[in-house]
Design a protein around this ligand. Sequence first.
Ligand SMILES: [Zn+2]
Length: 132
Amino acid sequence: MTADGEMFWQGCAAKEFRLLQCDNCGFVDHMAPSRCRRCHGAELSWITAQGGGSIASFTIVRRAPSPGLRGEVPYGLALVDLDEGARVMARLAGEAESWRIGGRVRLCFVEAGEAPGEYSGGQLPAFAPEEG
Ligand SMILES: [Zn+2]
């Protein structure tokens, strides 16, 4: 699991949003356990998301969940259904007025703030509404 997380964050540093795809059934997952959640196959390969998706739900975080995030609130946090089929949780970018459930979004990366831990100094994946 740690290794999977490292692969994911290394991807973010390269501005890639990495997903795991099952070699057996093609199921795509995010931060997957060591086996496919659909067919329990153990052979998983890293793929890079194309970056398109839609908002399944979102919330606006007004109270920092940890001290390191105090300077960042309020921010949007969404569940995004990627075109590859995986549902991922990520920050929302852009104007809050443009966020809506079902709205198309596109992957972007934002500089992580002063947050401690795995985010610090890195690139944080976020999704911004598509124009039009
Ligand atoms: Zn599978």
